[in-house]
Ligand binder design. Structure first.
Ligand SMILES: Cc1cc2nc3c(=O)[nH]c(=O)nc-3n(C[C@H](O)[C@H](O)[C@H](O)COP(=O)(O)OP(=O)(O)OC[C@H]3O[C@@H](n4cnc5c(N)ncnc54)[C@H](O)[C@@H]3O)c2cc1C
Ligand code: FES
Ligand code: FES
Length: 1235
């Protein structure tokens, strides 16, 4: 009986230090323990469901079956603390530090610019570290595969791979002698870029004519410290001494759950007989998810990891038998060896299992998840069960009554997540049989072989080109040089502090939000009785607790807490404050709310039918559209839907609010792009003047627009909780809450009519845009404005009319996301452009080029294009990508392959720079110079990984003429620079850079007399002299962009300061039978003016491109017809991973294109490159075209975004798709709707 067992002491090691824990709660994860109990915040919480890898740590233990110490990476967010007995944990803090020495894996990711916001970085560092502990010289394939369990939303992965490639044994560039373009390893395979080099040497030699001014050296591997495996921390001797001692059974009892770890099979079977409902937990990758996300409670857990009969492997006459608790990684190793050693025909099943395991999660999951766990979860989407069933694997089951062996056939699964196992039974082992000879290969005609080939990707190769700084530029002047992000080393060591990394205050409380489960309803009652009985419950807060105004939001049209009505699922109704996160989460789930429901409006279509809109539609019109149509040879009409997008910043929204106890003062630490709006909303809700509210932002783990306005939802609620309790209150949203509550990119519907000539010249365009704004106005109108300003993309359309309507629906309010409506506006352009091209039957690049603007042209909003570099980008991209030669190769490939097709597309972009709301184009800076000469710089922008602080320090350093090391930025705060615009719209470097420059110039002016009187003196001398003469060494700077104004009525004025331009060419291959695709190659040429920092700018281009690639090809938000978001985590919502980036990825910054409109001739770069990923979408469309041609289909066809496998497959119309026609709308209730 549970009560009879006493609880044991848990013993384990963390970073070499022994931990003894007497009060073990089996519900506690290793991540919570590390962060909260041990104060090791380097390991991050990104998703809590094993999907992002931010929480990766390394486990080391002595493995008795292998008779050696094994090291493996795990997800700390799922790893139960009880499974730690007698193991050693290594976290990012344990391998290196900026205070002592960076470990080679930390140094290389930092110096190769592989860290932007840095929130994913510790996890990536630990994944690499664990790989190197097992293989000090891995090959490149192993490195790429190793990262399948890690996500990064910022970098686009290329720099991480490039930095870590230097550990590979087949990385052939030695790092010596690369002091210019080229590779010292001429003639070898796998040059510095990872690309195959030919007899002429490194691929860089192909760009000889540029060699004098162009560089590809973003970092110098020669600077890297070598990896020295002998320096790694040793395995704790105390644990090694344990290896010969038998393990004792363990029991840990927590508030709700008991964990029992037996050591013999008999004991285990007796326990299972006693607790037949108990769960057998090995990896906890299923049970952990059920308990956390599905609110399941399993009071008894039995851990079979120490049972020899469940962890063995045995080779028999028939096949290989594995104990059910063998991990998938172990199975992988054994099967790979068998495949290598046995005749191929005997191991076809093993190969099939290995192929499944290749796509199965990442190493962190496979290292802990058990074979038996996969089978016994009995999930219909299991990757392994179909293979086991197909080959007739045998399962041995055991109970205290005996054993039986059964075949895993159609009778094994008896229902959803149900099997034939009896309650007392467990799965003991699985036998995978050898396969027999077949002659399948000889039966397939050559043209159809492509249907049988496995769709694998090649290793990534890349080259990044940028212009060198002019000869003679001082070495101290870092402007234009690829300076490393200033926080990179700290991020790589887990020392960079994010909001939730701040130590807990004494008496701190935790808030969990209570949100609506109905999309449109009246709140009838709220019952907190059950919640109050949860231990640690402090209070429930709701609209009644707001001392000031409950009205909030950009348009003041939403409540802080829904009072009477709820208008979306995820609408914040209130929150539970408790002593810990766990307790507040549990209590929040126990709050009961009764509703009276109304019919919600969920989709754009429903909103149009019900005329549910925000304000009247926006319109931009130029020329005579009707006349344009009449003069056209062809007119095409069509429609395109572009799905929304989740920001998926790795750090979810977080706030800590600390009441100061005097005069209504409150200090808030917030992960926000918008300190000013945060201050304003909190002040209004608390009913105090703004001067009592201090908002501080150190850094964010990514923002992408998601923390521009929606962060105030949480920060205001936390502030109210802190006000009511008088205690510091913290809340960091769980990933599922964040995805549900805070909205994302607006889904768009574009309807168009385009008139054009036979040669493809566009005459006239009429387009209507509809966006799904959700339940509040937020920034939706401004997003729609930007869509309309970009309804030309880069093309001159003489007669044009665009109307934009924002739909008011019962979804969480949608908001800013990188590009802010621009990508949706331009995507519709390329959609009708594709129709024009297919109608004319002309080469795509010819028609696009024909319509491009020229220098001096007026846009559709009558802004003159000056410094129009787009045509240069276009020509350079055509050359760099070898477009015409590859077009021919692609056509040849398509002729030879029936079921695999390739496609290519070259796409331009033009992106207007400035906030379209002109008063936002202002910024301030504050410079303090201290008498030791050091400078503290503050400006209005926030750091979210984009490298703004690094660039600002570069600017200040050049202006003041002092080294960057003398300048420090601590944070952004409302009490240093007031009234700041959000860090958004790509203009933060332009605005804050100028403000910083001005503030620094003021300082310089004041120092001028002292410089003159002591010309040979140092900066410190002049500063000291000025101080003694009572000259102020503190200055502010202020900047606003001049002459910005636009009049919708008259369609005149300049809404933008200037434009950023770029062109991308992408090639893809699709699998016509599955709809899967591979990104083979992308070439980008981008105008970023005179780059302030080529490494950061290239990082933004690649990161933006990959985020766009997610938007247009992978990321699909799924909603129920009732407006419920299904996709609430990485398990359901797929952002690009390491394996999704183009196999060949070349980025080049346009040379000699200074921009007179921004600081030091630079240009904005954050958002403009995102749309270039449309080149991948249209390359997919090109490939589909080739597939359709096999079925005799030509001409325009519809492909909505994202181009998911499902859409690609269905667009490749063939004999198979005809077998399953879509059901008629209205004849069934769909499980999911297009919103
Ligand atoms: C991020 C992530 C990615 C994933 N990716 C994939 C994927 O690509 N493909 C896929 O198929 N699955 C995937 N899964 C699901 C999961 O990892 C696998 O099903 C895994 O094999 C479960 O093993 P486990 O040891 O972690 O199970 P646990 O969570 O420990 O247990 C799972 C269930 O099995 C039962 N059980 C375990 N062992 C026995 C036994 N010997 N006898 C009786 N019952 C037993 C337990 O009682 C429990 O009900 C993923 C999960 C996560 C979190
Ligand atoms: S936080 Fe653990 S995998 Fe995402
Ligand atoms: S740097 Fe990887 S998520 Fe930001």
């Amino acid at each position: 009986m549970a009560s009879e067992r006493t609880t044991d002491q848990l013993i384990f090691f963390v970073n070499g230090k022994k931990v003894l824990e007497k009060n073990v709660d089996p519900e506690t994860t290793l991540l919570t323990y590390l962060r909260r109990k041990l104060g090791l915040p380097g390991t991050k919480l990104g998703c809590g469901e094993g999907g992002c890898g931010a929480c990766t740590v390394m486990i080391s233990k002595f493995d008795n079956s292998q008779k050696k110490i094994v090291h493996y990476s795990v997800n700390a967010c799922l790893f139960p603390i009880c499974a730690l007995h007698h193991v050693a944990v290594t976290t990012v803090e344990g391998i290196g530090s900026t205070k002592t020495r960076l470990h080679a894996v930390q140094e290389r990711i930092a110096k190769s610019h592989g860290s932007q916001c840095g929130f994913c970085t510790p996890g990536i560092v630990m994944s690499m570290y664990a790989l190197l502990r097992n293989r000090p010289q891995p090959n490149m394939e192993e490195i790429e595969e190793n990262f399948q369990g890690n996500l990064c939303r910022c970098t686009g992965y290329r720099p991480i791979l490039q930095g870590y490639r230097t550990f590979a044994k087949d990385w052939s560039c030695c790092g010596k002698g690369i002091n210019g373009p080229g590779c010292c390893m001429t003639g070898k395979v796998g040059g510095c870029c990872g690309r195959k080099v030919n007899d002429t040497g490194c691929c860089m030699n192909e760009k000889e004519d540029n060699a004098a001014m162009v560089s590809s050296i973003l970092f110098n591997p020669a600077e890297f410290h070598p990896l020295d495996p002998t320096q790694e921390p040793i395995f704790p001797p105390e644990l090694l001494n344990q290896k010969d001692k038998p393990q004792e059974p363990l029991c840990f009892k927590g508030e709700r759950v008991m964990w029992i770890q037996p050591t013999t099979l008999e004991e285990l079977l007796a326990l299972k007989a006693q607790y037949s409902n108990a769960k057998l937990v090995v990896g906890n990758t299923e049970v952990g998810i059920e308990m956390r996300l599905k609110n399941m409670l399993y009071p008894v857990i039995i851990a079979p990891a120490w049972i020899p009969e469940m962890t063995f492997v045995q080779h028999t006459e028939e096949g290989i038998t594995f104990g059910a608790a063998c991990t998938l990684s172990f199975v992988e190793v054994v099967l790979k060896k068998a495949v290598a050693e046995l005749p191929s025909y005997k191991t076809e099943l093993f190969q099939a299992v290995l192929e499944q395991l290749r796509w199965f999660a990442g190493p962190q999951i496979k290292n802990v998840a058990a074979l038996g766990g996969n089978i016994m979860t009995a999930s219909p989407i299991s990757d392994l069960n179909p293979v086991f069933m197909a080959c007739g694997s045998k399962l041995t089951l055991a109970s205290n009554e005996g054993r039986r062996t059964i075949r895993m056939d159609e009778n094994f699964f008896t229902g959803y997540r149900k099997t034939v196992l009896k309650p007392k039974e467990i799965l003991l082992s699985i036998e995978m049989p050898y396969s027999r000879k077949n002659n399948l290969d000889e039966l397939v005609p050559s043209k159809y072989v492509s249907a049988t080939e496995v769709f694998h990707k090649d290793l990534v190769a890349n080259v990044q080109l940028f212009q060198e700084v002019p000869a003679g530029q001082s070495v101290e002047d870092m402007v234009g040089r690829p300076m490393v992000h200033l926080s990179a080393a700290k991020q790589a060591c887990g020392e960079a502090v994010y909001c939730d990394d701040m130590p807990c205050y004494e008496n701190e409380r935790y808030l969990t939000l209570v949100t609506s489960t109905k999309a449109h309803a009246k709140i009838i009652s709220i019952d907190t009785t059950e919640a109050q009985s949860v231990p640690g419950f402090v209070c429930f807060i709701s609209a009644k607790d707001i001392p000031g105004s409950n009205d909030t939001g950009i348009a003041n049209d939403e409540p802080v807490f829904a009072d009477n009505m709820v208008t979306c699922i995820g609408h914040i109704i209130g929150g539970v404050v408790a002593d810990t996160h766990e307790h507040s989460r549990r209590a929040a789930k126990a709050v009961k709310i009764k509703y009276e429901e109304f019919t919600p409006i969920v989709t754009i279509q429903e909103a149009i039918e019900k005329q549910s809109f925000y304000k009247s539609p926006r319109k931009i019109e130029k020329g005579d559209v009707q006349n344009g149509f009449e003069e056209s040879d062809h007119i095409v009409e069509g429609e395109m839907y572009i799905g929304g997008q989740e920001h998926f910043y790795l750090e979810t929204h977080c706030t800590i609010a600390v009441p100061k106890g005097e005069d209504g003062e409150m200090e808030l630490f917030v992960s926000t792009q918008n300190p000013m709006k945060t201050q304003e909303c909190v002040a209004s809700a608390l009913g105090v003047p703004a001067n009592r509210i201090l908002v501080r932002v150190k850094r964010m783990g990514g923002g992408f627009g998601g923390k521009e306005s929606r962060s105030t939802l949480l920060s205001t609620a936390v502030a109210v909780a802190a006000f009511k309790t008088g205690h510091p209150v913290r809340c960091m949203l769980d990933r599922d809450e964040d995805m549900l509550i805070t909205g994302g990119r607006h889904p768009f519907l574009g309807r168009y009519k385009v008139g054009f000539m036979k040669n493809g010249k566009i005459n006239s365009l009429e387009v209507s845009y509809y966006s799904n704004g959700g339940n509040s106005e937020d920034l939706s109108l401004a997003v729609m404005d930007r869509a309309l300003f970009h309804m030309d993309n880069s093309y001159n359309i003489p007669n044009i009319k665009g109307v934009g309507t924002v739909c008011k629906t019962n979804l969480s309010s949608n908001t800013a996301l990188r590009g802010f409506g621009g990508p949706q506006g331009m995507m519709v352009v390329e959609c009708w452009m594709s129709d024009v091209i297919l109608t004319c039957g002309l080469p795509a690049e010819q028609v696009r080029k024909l319509n491009l603007y020229n220098e001096g042209d007026l846009t559709h909003f009558n802004q003159k294009l000056e410094g129009f570099t787009l045509r240069r980008c276009w020509e350079e991209c055509l050359v760099n990508s070898k477009y015409y030669a590859r077009r021919k190769l692609i056509d040849e490939f398509n002729r030879q392959n029936r079921w695999k097709k390739r496609g290519i597309a070259i796409i331009p972009t033009k992106f207007g720079i400035s906030f379209t709301l002109s008063f936002l184009n202002q910024a301030g800076a504050l410079v303090h110079v201290y008498i030791d000469g050091s400078v503290l710089l503050t400006h209005g922008g926030t750091e979210m990984g984009q490298g703004l602080h690094t660039k600002m320090i570069q600017v200040a350093s050049r202006t003041l003429g002092i080294p960057t090391t003398s300048i420090h930025i601590s944070e952004t705060s409302t009490n240093t620079v007031p009234n700041t615009s959000a860090t958004a719209a790509s203009v933060s470097t332009d605005l804050n850079g100028m403000a910083v420059h001005k503030a620094c110039e003021t300082i310089l002016e004041r120092l001028e007399p002292f410089k003159r009187s002591n010309p040979k003196g140092s900066w410190k001398d002049w500063v000291g002299a000025a101080y003694v003469k009572c000259v102020s060494l503190s200055a502010t700077g202020f900047y606003r962009i001049p002459n910005l104004r636009y009049d919708y009525e008259k369609n005149e004025g300049n809404p933008f300061n200037y434009f950023s331009y770029g062109v991308a060419c992408s090639e893809v291959e699709i699998d016509c039978l599955t709809g899967d695709h591979k990104n083979l190659r992308t070439d980008i040429v981008m105008d970023v003016g005179t780059s302030l920092n080529p490494a950061i700018d290239i990082g933004q281009i690649e990161g933006g491109f990959i985020q766009g690639l997610g938007l247009f090809t992978l990321e699909e938000l799924r909603y129920s017809p009732e407006g419920d978001l299904y996709t609430r985590g990485p398990g359901m919502y797929k952002i690009p991973a390491f394996g999704d980036i183009p196999t060949e990825f070349y980025v080049s910054l346009l040379r000699d294109c200074p921009n007179s409109k921004a600081i030091y001739s630079s240009k904005a770069v954050g958002e403009p490159p995102l749309f270039l990923s449309a080149s991948v979408f249209y390359a997919i469309k090109d490939a589909i075209l080739a597939a359709r041609a096999e079925s005799g289909l030509t001409g325009p066809f519809r492909l909505d975004s994202p181009a998911t496998p499902e859409r690609i497959r269905n667009a490749c119309v063939d004999m198979f798709t005809k077998l399953c026609p879509s059901a008629k709308p209205g004849t069934f209730k769909p499980w999911s709707v297009r919103v």
